[in-house]
Design a protein around this ligand. Sequence first.
Ligand code: UVW
Length: 303
Amino acid sequence: AVQAQEAQRWSPPAAADRCPSRWGAADRRGSMNLMTPERAKRAAQLIRTGEIVECGQTLAQTMPFFGTRRFDVHLKRTFMNPEPNRRGSNEELVVAEIAQVGTQLDAFPHQTIGDEGYNCVNIPRISSRNGFTEMGVDRVGTIFTRGVLIDVAALKGVATLPDTYEITPADLEQALARQNTRIEEGDAVLIHTGWGLLWARDNARYVASCPGLGVAAAEWIIRQNPMLMGSDNWPVECAPSKTMPDASLPVHQLALAVHGVHLLENMKLDVLAQRRQYEFAFAVQPLKIQGGTGSTVAPSALF
Ligand code: UVW
């Protein structure tokens, strides 16, 4: 899987080329406009046995963290009634960057192009002590749609794609052909790289770099109007970018700030890949964090 690709420069499209978005200048929902009752019914039709496969990693202090993100748990023995029933009560104080740790869904204010977010919304204008006044993760709502797993690791015959392997449109086309699967409008498109096998086993390597989507591959998916793009790595995209080495997380900007397509990171996709389950109903509900940039989530695939 050696890649010889020419380095290119990437900069996001000019404002005039990205705004208004395909959903109109007033739109703040982006790809969630695709979450219709018809799509929910279509997803429900994919449930035949009722089996559920969880696709979320467990939140724990042993998980990998990007930068200074944290998740600290402090147990509290809060109350005990001595008599007559001797009831004890336990809870915990969690100190965490809860929008951006573990398996997480990114909302649009998470990424900007300069001061502009999705649909050229001025991000300082919508910033407040209670989070963002527009496009916060609390506005995303329930996602229940068709999910499709694209197993690029299996296409390449490896358990884990090499560090910084940049997935191309050809890889996606070949993996889909190999699986006899296709992307449909409104899908949750999930990319299996195998990188999730490092989760809580080799955290330093997990966050140092990763294989994932290149810009061309992300554009290829976005042209097919997904509801979200997810993967079993920390940024969904290849990092650092191989073909665009000067650009910092270009797929983040492309998905969230240019096209209004949500990203779902740090997924657990090994079970789906092992079972060769490529099409399913997919469910995820972000936490209602007011004005949040994202949310830790626990997605599931249903068969
Ligand atoms: C990174 O980990 C940098 O991606 P995100 O900020 O979306 O979590």
